[in-house]
Write a protein that binds this ligand. Structure first.
Ligand SMILES: [Zn+2]
Length: 304
């Protein structure tokens, strides 16, 4: 069970995500920022709406797809959700969170002291908000929030956490919990346990965004902060499937399939370059090579 509590003042916006644990509501993550100069002139109702939208977006890794109770001390918000005609600016804000399953509850100011304090003493400097944007992926969250959020949703991670809580000796030797976050103990260091759903992204970040390093260097980069089961095999097959690596590798010191590029006549499909790449790990249709055809003039590309 989850609740999001939000509040706003002319000084700042704030929200807190609470999760129920053994009858207690525990804070999972906070969001708070100062208002911009333009926002300071907004109507309080607009600011309250903005606090809701930004908090929901900030917490999305924890709450997406779940039924959330949203608690605000602004009575008007509850009515807005039902209203068909909205000021365009506010309508756009609501659009940003229309995919969330929210139930709104109004609660009076005094009972909201915990969020209220955050909106009056914001912890993040203000940033201009693109009100025209309908994208929900622009709120940056830290890599650690991201890992933690996905750990909470990962069944296998939860199994390990349960074992640790039960004091299972074999598990506590290899894993440890800090504030509910699961770490693997590797040579005395604590590194994040990467949930299944994030493995591809983690390897992608470590390999593609670091200039296509080889297996050992990629593993080393990931291993500085993270771990997951059969990591070596996973990274190995990832790199084997990397098109950029396949294209740039130079067996025997000579680049494979390099073509002589002469003068290009400005006519589409007068000259085409044909090249093949592979072998890659077999696809579902048991294919393992890629055929690339590039038109020399338009640079039109066909990949099969
Ligand atoms: Zn690569």
């Amino acid at each position: 069970q989850h609740q999001v509590h939000t509040d706003a003042s002319s000084i700042g916006l704030a929200g807190v995500l609470l999760q129920k644990e053994n009858e207690d509501w525990k804070p999972v993550i906070y969001y708070s920022r100062a208002t911009t100069d333009a926002e300071k002139h907004y109507h309080s109702y607009e600011l309250e709406t903005l606090a809701v939208v930004e908090s929901i977006e900030r917490f999305r890794y924890y709450i997406y797809g779940k039924k959330i109770k949203l608690i605000t001390d602004c009575n008007a918000i509850k009515t807005t959700m039902k209203k068909r005609e909205l000021v365009p600016r506010i309508a756009r804000w609501w659009l940003r969170i229309q995919d969330y399953d929210l139930e709104i509850e109004h609660r009076s100011g005094q009972r909201m002291a915990h969020v209220d304090a955050l909106s009056r003493f914001p912890v993040e400097a203000s940033h201009e908000i693109e009100t025209a944007s309908l994208r929900t992926d622009k709120v940056k969250i830290s890599e650690e929030d991201w890992l933690f959020g996905m750990q909470l949703q990962d069944e296998h991670t939860r199994e390990i956490v349960d074992k640790i809580r039960r004091g299972d000796k074999a598990t506590t030797k290899d894993f440890t919990l800090k504030n509910g976050r699961l770490f693997k103990v590797v040579n005395g260091r604590h590194v994040w346990v990467v949930p299944k759903a994030l493995r591809w992204q983690v390897v992608h970040n470590a390999h593609d965004k670091a200039g296509h390093l080889g297996l050992d260097k990629t593993l080393q980069r990931i291993g500085e902060h993270m771990w997951f089961a059969r990591m070596r095999n996973f990274v190995k097959s990832y790199i084997k499937s990397c098109i950029e690596c396949a294209y740039n590798k130079t067996p025997g010191g000579k680049k494979e399939g390099e073509l002589h590029v002469g003068d290009v006549e400005p006519i589409p499909f007068r000259t085409v370059h044909v090249d093949h790449l592979g072998p890659f790990p077999k696809s579902a249709k048991r294919n393992e090579h890629i055929l690339v055809i590039i038109d020399a003039f338009t640079r039109f590309v066909v990949i099969q």
